[in-house]
Ligand binder design. Structure first.
Ligand code: HSE
Length: 342
């Protein structure tokens, strides 16, 4: 029987969710996969800190390097967030040929081409389904259900906390109270500016673009406006005119070039994105062949994100990888046939 010896880096909102979920479903996982998932160590900054879950003290460590270089650890789960330290953990794990699961959209969005190269060179694997849209397996859906089609546009609500805040503003709740509730629910990043400024949505959009269009567009290169200046009055006015305001992330092809933006948009109430409330995310994918499809589900919070991490762990046993569309991929056959017909 295969055993996954997991080193869990980080035990905040997502890490504690991963730990609890793995403890809860351990038997089911073994029954389904024949493999044992064992959290061997949990790496944290502060051993004494109070955590949302009880971790046996012998599992806790502050020595991340020892874990990354330990041949007995075959899986690294990185859920500390942030950039430099997380990038260090992921790259060292990949260079050591380990299986890596991360929820870190910032690192994945900025460094995906490099990380994929490290996978190839050292035989490890990087899985990052939890980095985009929490519980919605959107990257898998794009990789596996649309590889023979041609994506023309993606549009969506990719940030749960700002959608939650906009929903509360629409209910007449003040901005301060809405922010406080989103923070209490664990939807916001450690630095909420990333959510409010639209940066978090731009990072997720960058990863979606890589999968949908086969192009790496760094999140810094995506024109981004946040919801800093939106108040309950704006929502009231929008509703009076039969619309609402949503933070919309979108990317499309224009003359063969991929363009993208993140900004608050006034949407008619009949728009499929307008109906999506609270921390729920939605992605609308428009393809040449199959037309418009919508994928929706909870995009933030401990359990939806932990669920996506555990799904990626199951994929290690199934020997699955994310397979973004290749930039050099030829146009799909129906596009070629359409050209012939024209
Ligand atoms: N802060 C993020 C959000 C968490 O609100 O969507 C999930 O990525």
């Amino acid at each position: 029987m295969k055993t996954l010896n997991i080193a869990l880096f980080g035990c905040g909102t997502v890490g504690s969710g991963v730990y609890s979920l793995l403890s809860e479903v351990a038997q089911k996982i073994t029954w389904r996969t024949g493999a044992t998932f064992r959290v061997a160590k949990v790496c944290v900054c502060d051993l004494q800190k109070e955590r949302p879950v009880q971790i046996p003290p012998e599992l806790l460590t502050t020595d991340g390097t020892a874990l990354l270089d330990d041949p007995a650890i075959n899986v690294v789960v990185e859920v500390i967030g942030g950039e430099a330290q997380a990038l260090g953990i992921i790259t060292r794990a990949l260079v050591n040929g380990k299986q890596v699961v991360t929820a870190n959209k910032l690192v994945v969005a900025k460094y995906l081409p490099l990380l994929r190269r490290l996978e190839e060179l050292h035989g490890g694997r990087l899985l990052y389904g939890a980095s985009v849209c929490g519980s919605v397996p959107i990257l898998k859906l794009i990789d596996e259900t649309l590889p023979f089609d041609h994506v023309n546009k993606v549009r969506g609500i990719l940030n749960g906390s700002t959608n939650f805040i906009l929903s509360r503003l629409a209910d007449g709740v003040s901005r301060t109270d809405a922010l406080a509730i989103a923070e209490r629910e664990g939807f916001l990043e450690a630095d909420p500016t990333a959510d409010i400024s639209g940066a978090d949505a731009a990072q997720k959009l960058s990863i979606l673009i890589y999968h949908a269009f086969g192009v790496h567009l760094s999140p810094d290169a995506i024109p981004t406006t946040g919801i800093e200046y939106i108040t309950e009055r704006d929502l009231e006015h929008a509703h009076a005119g039969g619309s609402t305001i949503k933070l919309v992330a979108e990317a499309w092809r224009e003359h063969g070039i991929v363009k993208a933006s993140v900004a608050p948009r006034l949407l008619p109430l009949g728009d499929p994105l307008a109906a999506v409330r609270d921390e729920v995310n939605i992605v609308e994918v428009t393809c040449e062949g199959v037309g418009v499809q919508h994928f929706t589900g909870r995009g933030a919070g401990s359990i939806p994100t932990a669920n996506a991490v555990v799904t990626d762990l199951l994929d290690i046993v199934k020997d699955r990888r994310y397979r973004p569309h290749q930039p050099t991929a030829p146009p799909p056959i129906h596009a070629l046939l359409n050209r012939v017909a024209a």
